[in-house]
Ligand binder design. Structure first.
Ligand SMILES: Nc1ncnc2c1ncn2[C@@H]1O[C@H](COP(=O)(O)OP(=O)(O)OP(=O)(O)O)[C@@H](O)[C@H]1O
Ligand SMILES: [Mg+2]
Length: 324
């Protein structure tokens, strides 16, 4: 089965756009996911996450651009593609009037899987998802977390090559969320390729090897969670000297503590740079400059919140922040 796909990129998205009427919901989005990776699409409400998932699972067609999943074009080969993927949508799609086991049987039939195989896979998945005890009760009585787990089990019944999960933990309590994270980590350890969407940086950080942050339909940042966290975790230092004509000199001195020594700017009569916030940083800055004979007039450290950091990525800039 593994040799079937020549490409090691199991998801490739190239400049995909989608509008609803005049509203551009997905704007030239590109990213790719190699085999065996969990990729996170992180973004606020309305960012376009579900629209991207729907395009990749053939529920919506893109207006322009190209996308392949498991080597198959989403527009040209939707049926073959659908047989190789699993999807747990944003709202758990379980049939309320069927039992957990019957729900899984139904999905197995939709995939035209042999009855015997469905029976054994169902039993295995119900056990994996801690639903064995509830397997023969109708889903109407299931809690939100149980529904989510059943929906996820259904997405896995046909052993999909690529799994799509749209906000798998939204609406779950912390314990259920944690349980689900463990299940997803197990799947990843077994080599599944997964695309998940989330509004939580924490979740993306725990599960995904790579992330795209999207806002207003655009990818505004991409990288590993630690790369994005360093972006989010950084503060902005602003310094003004008593003698503004010596800002260039001070910029060179301060590059020693800058997160990126090549990005120390002089903006609006101040030296400005990203730093890693820590206690005592302001005193250190003053001392460092004093030692170089550069008396400081003003120092400010602005700590962006997570939201600010994302907003700054889209170019709205960070406003306010707390000052040291
Ligand atoms: N069928 C549709 N018709 C019109 N507008 C739509 C449709 N589907 C989505 N949109 C709009 O496209 C934008 C992106 O929606 P989408 O559901 O992809 O966002 P999302 O990132 O999944 O948000 P959430 O976190 O709330 O699920 C939103 O502004 C939404 O209102
Ligand atoms: Mg959504």
């Amino acid at each position: 089965m593994l040799v079937e796909y020549s490409s090691e990129l199991l998801i490739e998205v190239d400049c995909v756009s989608k509008s609803f009427g005049s509203y551009l919901a997905v704007d030239s989005v590109s990213f790719s996911v190699p085999r065996g990776q969990i990729f996170g699409l992180l973004g606020p409400n309305g960012a376009g996450k579900t629209t991207i998932v729907k395009i990749l699972t053939t529920l919506l067609s893109p207006d322009s651009g190209r996308a392949t999943v498991a080597g198959l074009d989403v527009v040209k080969e939707p049926r073959r593609l659908r047989s190789r993927i699993g999807l747990a949508g944003q709202y758990a799609a379980v049939d309320e009037n069927l039992t957990g086991r019957e729900n899984l049987d139904l999905v197995g039939r939709l995939y035209h899987l042999p009855k015997k195989l469905v029976r054994s896979r169902s039993a295995e998945l119900l056990n994996d998802f801690d639903l064995t005890g509830a397997a023969d009760r109708v889903a109407k009585g299931y809690s939100g977390g149980m529904r989510r787990r059943l929906d996820l089990a259904a997405a896995l019944i046909a052993e999909p090559v690529v799994l799509f999960l749209d906000e798998p933990t939204t609406g779950l309590d912390p314990r259920s969320r944690n349980d689900l994270w463990e299940v997803l980590e197990r799947l990843a350890a077994m080599g599944s390729t997964i695309l998940l969407t989330t509004q939580y940086l924490e979740e993306a950080d725990r599960l995904a090897q790579n992330l795209a942050v999207i806002d207003s339909g655009k990818v505004i940042a991409m990288g590993t969670p630690s790369e994005l966290k360093s972006l989010v975790g950084s503060s902005v230092l602003e310094v003004a000297l008593e003698d503004a004509s010596r800002h260039d000199e001070a910029a060179i001195v301060l590059s020693a503590i800058a997160l990126d020594p090549n990005k120390v700017e002089i903006v609006a009569g101040r030296i400005r740079m990203a730093i890693r916030e820590r206690s005592g940083i302001v005193a250190d800055v003053v001392r460092l400059l004093d030692q170089s004979g550069l008396p400081v007039a003003e120092v400010a450290v602005m700590k962006p919140t997570l939201d600010d950091a994302f907003l700054s990525l889209v170019g709205h800039g960070t406003k306010g922040g707390s000052y040291d």
